[in-house]
Design a protein around this ligand. Structure first.
Ligand SMILES: C[S@@+](CC[C@H](N)C(=O)[O-])C[C@H]1O[C@@H](n2cnc3c(N)ncnc32)[C@H](O)[C@@H]1O
Length: 265
């Protein structure tokens, strides 16, 4: 054992406390211990900041979605990811929002169910609203997902979709980066232009009630053009007659929606 320093710690009358700082062969020096402590502290702080950003973004999205879905609705969040949108929305609507995903259990305490990419673990005609927030471009076959949405959705239900849209060369670069980050986890992404999404929704029996371009600057770490769509299932004449509840008449009119949504652009 080598004594490498002798330090006085604190001033005590008639007594000076002294600490022998020793170095054992193979033991880390005080500088190394100190550097490790700082590194770990910084890592924890960065992780906390990232978590706050994820939770805050999910809160803003849940607020925006809650304007379109009446309180008490039964909601399915497909591709729920970390589950924070579903968690916040549950509190806002006063119901339990179920989250589905193909990978990982979420961080937030929600009713999470694993989706096998074929059939949602949910009964037919059982939900009032389905969310697909930045999910469809991950699906290897978006029509498989949308057919499942159609199966589980009640006749008067709504589908809320958010998508990244490769509109300009910048957007295309952002989409390329997103695909590079995700392709090993969920397979290659398929980004579509707005008109292509509209054609697909139409072909699968959905009516587009609203679509809205969102600012690419709503997420500074992923600045890409985005669109949100609100769809409803196309109603047959018989279903129209049987319709007991309506959902979209609870929406503000188009002008009101535009005005109220500006804060979240
Ligand atoms: C970009 S994240 C969005 C997560 C969450 N919706 C949000 O906005 O915070 C895409 C999510 O979709 C999930 N996903 C990928 N392919 C899917 C599929 N075929 N069906 C459902 N979810 C899928 C991924 O696992 C991932 O959690």
């Amino acid at each position: 054992m080598n004594v490498v320093a002798q330090t006085s710690v604190g001033e005590v009358p008639n007594e000076v406390a002294q600490t022998l700082v020793c170095e054992f062969p193979g033991q880390r020096s005080q500088t190394e211990v100190c550097a490790t402590g700082i590194r770990q502290g910084l890592t924890r702080r960065i992780a906390r900041e990232r978590r706050r950003r994820r939770v805050g973004r999910a809160y803003d999205m849940a607020l925006e979605i809650a304007r379109v879905i009446p309180k008490g609705s039964e909601v399915l969040d497909v591709g729920c990811g970390n589950g924070f949108i579903a968690h916040h929305l549950s509190a806002m609507l006063g119901t339990k929002v179920v989250g589905l995903d193909v990978i990982n259990a979420p961080e937030a305490p929600i009713d999470y169910r694993r989706y096998d990419r074929e059939q949602f673990p949910v009964k037919a005609n059982s939900v009032d609203a389905v969310l697909l927030c930045y999910v469809l471009h991950h699906a290897q076959d978006a029509s498989v997902v949308l057919k499942e949405v159609r199966r589980v959705l009640r006749e008067d239900g709504v589908v809320i979709i958010y998508e990244d849209i490769p509109q300009s060369w910048w957007d295309k670069a952002m989409c390329w980066l997103h695909n590079r980050n995700w392709k090993d986890r969920t397979g290659p992404c398929t980004f579509r232009k707005k008109a292509e999404w509209r054609r697909l929704f139409d072909a699968l029996g959905f009516v587009i009630k609203r679509d809205r371009q969102l600012s690419r600057w709503r997420n500074l770490t992923h600045p890409v053009t985005r669109f949100s769509f609100v769809l409803q299932p196309e109603l047959t004449a018989a279903n129209k007659a049987n319709l007991r509840r309506t959902t979209l008449h609870t929406l503000p009119d188009a002008r009101g929606l535009r005005r109220s949504s500006c804060r979240y652009r």
